[in-house]
Design a protein around this ligand. Structure first.
Ligand SMILES: Cc1cc2nc3c(=O)[nH]c(=O)nc-3n(C[C@H](O)[C@H](O)[C@H](O)COP(=O)(O)OP(=O)(O)OC[C@H]3O[C@@H](n4cnc5c(N)ncnc54)[C@H](O)[C@@H]3O)c2cc1C
Length: 705
């Protein structure tokens, strides 16, 4: 978060690492240069190689494996990072996790209770006075009307550990050097300690070179793959290798992230002022504390810094402890500083997501990097993986041509651009409180720039640093009790301003239901609809404020959630979400219809056309609330096809709308849902004209046949 700064040195070492990669590749194909001839044997070519075992690479590998696609992961680090970064998992990501063998449930069980993280707290010190607090959870966040699951607060490294557990359960092994001993990387392996350093496409495959260090020696290995996914984070090597540029705002702020443990602080906050984020403003220090887990006493402190006057090296463990004590308002006996890392905040999206005839693909932070305001980074990446997995599976299983892949970029890039704008707006909202307190972070950045541009080349760095520190401490003096109190006219007007920001919901927001569940693809692997004027519907511009989700069955939207009861289960009552009707383990479309003759006829045609194209489709017959029997009618109407499910609506007491009302359609309509829960096509009432011709057009459009 952007707040006034401190000290430190040699920032450049960390942020301007030279591109040490040997060359940027072009997409001119080579013959199988220097590769053993068995690489031309398809069995030794991995269908998908994922670079990066961060949350995005790991989620993608689980999704692909569940869909029956052989893949492996390459990871530069020798161990998994324990530095907590992301911690807010949004609703849509939790829905994706619900289909990963109990992952969502495990996160819910393991995360801290919501009472401990629902608030953001603004204070002068952690043990001092509270300027204000904002509760980010509302009743509807728990009522499960919009979604079968709620958002979660769970550290990224703990999520990665659960994903690894999932991968191991489906047959993955984690290996290092022993893993590639004169053999090819096999499917279901995570190869640690190996960096991707080049990727050369030829006619048959992409030859990926990895570099690792064994007993002090650099070793290179070759891994041939059909598709290469760069899920290798914000500084993506894969992106650099294919020469894809980032577009947007670079270097918005440089920060230091201090990972520390203190049960003493955790216990204190748990009982005195529980919260997820603490914005601390005092004359000695300013920072944002992220309480990853109060019970365990696990925290991250984020502080801005201003190189070259301030240097990263100055943030020693001891300095950080001192700063933490100032922010806490007292010393902590059990503090343990685990790790200190610099990072740079950008707001950028890759100019394209695909390269080399769609065979090299970017996902996650490799494709977009946002300010972490609103927690869109990891969540957007997880949804990239969800969008990409079924498309790769469709290609590898021969159901769709490679030309379906541009729909990945068409769908996901606009979402990343939108989320970038939303994160910037939310970041600016975060700045409103310090600005109201007399600490405009924009001023801090300007002061820093003025020093760099004027005295930067004349004065010795120690004097520049003293100058900057002096100006910053003058700024922080605004936060002294002397100024910031109700009896001081300036302090009281500033505090009133801050209160207004909270009351009007104009401070940093945590939740964005309209964008979280309501994001919609406008074009791509779907049959778009046009509005009454014949123009494509435009998304509402981001506001940086919480807006509620409105269910929609427009093509490109996520299928609305409603609880339904399985009619086939006569002995026990089985209630599931409409989202559960879409299989996570099978590449299958879902057609939802009402039990009426014209819709059964439509379903029969859909099943026949899909079968001709080798596409699996399940039919869901949605019976109105109160129906008790349906199977016999569906069985006869759809014979000889058996891939169907009869369900009955379970209306919520607070929301008595029928399924078709929620979808703003008549019951004569039908909805075709993709394997990633997004609506590919729908007809609001009956299909006009030849159903077979229409359905052939629909599948051809969706899959790019
Ligand atoms: C302070 C902070 C707070 C955040 N909070 C949130 C939040 O609450 N919610 C949210 O959604 N997001 C948040 N984010 C963003 C989130 O952390 C990132 O979006 C997320 O880590 C992206 O995941 P990824 O898998 O794309 O990349 P990464 O997590 O960066 O993983 C990339 C992996 O690739 C490996 N790699 C890199 N280069 C190579 C190579 N050449 N060869 C092999 N392997 C390589 C790396 O070692 C790494 O393991 C936050 C970020 C920060 C900095």
């Amino acid at each position: 978060m952007g707040v006034l700064g401190f000290t430190v040195k040699r920032f450049d070492t960390f942020f301007h690492i030279k591109n040490k990669f040997r060359r940027q590749i072009s997409c001119v194909y080579t013959q199988n240069r220097g590769l053993s001839s068995d690489y031309t044997n398809n069995d030794s070519i991995l269908p998908v190689l994922i670079v990066g075992a961060g949350p995005v690479g790991l989620v993608l590998s689980v999704l692909l494996t569940k869909l029956g696609v052989k893949c492996a992961v390459l990871e530069r680090s020798t161990t998994f990072s324990k530095h907590p970064q992301a911690h807010f998992i949004n609703n849509r990501s939790m829905e994706v996790f619900r289909k990963l063998d109990g992952l969502a449930e495990e996160i819910q069980r393991s995360q801290p209770p919501v009472e401990l993280w629902r608030k953001f707290i603004y204070c002068t010190s952690l043990t001092g006075s509270v300027i204000g607090s904002v509760d980010h959870m509302q009743t509807q966040d728990f009522d499960h009307i919009s979604s079968p699951v709620s958002v979660a607060h769970f550290s990224q490294y703990k999520l990665n550990a659960l994903l690894i557990k999932q991968l191991e359960a489906i047959g993955f092994t984690i290996c290092g050097h022993e893993g590639l001993n004169h053999r090819h990387l096999a499917e279901r392996e995570i190869l640690m300690g190996h960096s991707c350093i080049s990727a050369e496409p030829n006619n048959n495959f992409i030859n990926v070179t990895t570099s690792s260090v064994k007993e002090g020696k650099h070793i290179e290995n070759q891994i041939p793959c059909r598709f290469l996914v760069g899920a290798d984070g914000a500084g993506s090597t894969v992106r650099n290798l294919v020469g894809i540029e980032m577009r947007g705002e670079k270097d918005i702020q440089k920060l230091v992230s201090v990972h520390f443990l203190s049960r003493e602080l955790g216990q204190y906050l748990m009982y005195e002022k529980p919260g997820m984020l603490f914005f601390i403003f005092n004359p000695g220090a300013i920072g944002v504390l992220v309480a990853h887990d109060l019970k365990q006493g696990e925290f991250i402190l984020q502080m801005p810094f201003y190189p070259p006057q301030q240097k990263f090296e100055d943030f020693t463990s001891e300095t950080c402890k001192g700063l933490i004590f100032k922010l806490v308002g007292r010393e902590l006996a059990d503090i343990n500083v685990v790790d200190i890392k610099p990072w740079v905040m950008h707001a950028e999206v890759a100019e394209k997501y695909l390269a080399c005839d769609n065979r090299i693909i970017l996902a996650g932070d490799a494709a977009h990097r946002f300010p972490p305001a609103g927690g869109f980074g990891m969540n957007t990446g997880i949804q990239d993986a969800h969008n990409l997995a079924w498309k790769l599976a469709a290609i590898i299983k021969g159901i769709a041509p490679v030309s379906i892949l541009p729909t990945y970029e068409m769908e996901r890039r606009p979402i990343a651009i939108f989320n970038t704008d939303l994160s910037i707006q939310n970041f600016q909202a975060a700045m409103a409180v310090p600005a109201a307190l007399g600490l405009d972070p924009a001023t801090a950045n300007s002061v820093h720039q003025v020093i760099n541009n004027t005295v930067g080349s004349i004065l010795p760095s120690t004097i520049q640093k003293t100058l900057l520190d002096g100006i910053f401490s003058l700024g922080r003096a605004q936060l002294s009790d002397f100024v910031l109190n109700e009896n001081n006219p300036l302090g009281s007007s500033r505090l009133a301003k801050v209160r207004r920001i909270f009351e009007e919901g104009k401070s940093l927001q945590l939740q964005f239901p309209a964008e979280d569940l309501g994001f919609r693809y406008r074009e791509g692997a779907l049959v778009p609809e046009i509005d009454s004027e014949g123009a494509p519907v435009k998304p509402e511009p981001p506001t940086g404020r919480r807006r509620e989700y409105i269910p929609s069955a427009d093509p490109g939207s996520r299928l609305p959630h409603m609880n339904v009861k399985l009619l086939s289960e006569v002995k026990k009552e089985v209630i599931i979400s409409t989202l559960d009707l879409i299989s996570g383990d099978k590449l299958e479309f879902l057609l939802i219809i009402a039990p009426i003759d014209s819709s059964y006829r439509l379903a029969l045609t859909v099943l026949k056309v899909a079968n001709e194209h080798n596409i699996s489709v399940k039919v869901c017959v949605m019976w109105p609330n109160g129906s008790v029997n349906g199977d016999a009618r569906t069985n006869t109407s759809l014979a000889p096809w058996e891939n169907y499910v009869d369900v009955v609506e379970v209306r919520q007491p607070s929301n008595s709308s029928s399924w078709w009302d929620i979808c703003k359609m008549t019951h004569r309509g039908a909805i075709l849902v993709r394997p990633d829960d997004h609506i590919a096509w729908r007809v609001k009432s009956a299909v006009v004209g030849d159903i077979r011709v229409e359905m052939k057009r629909v599948f051809s459009t969706i899959l790019g046949l």
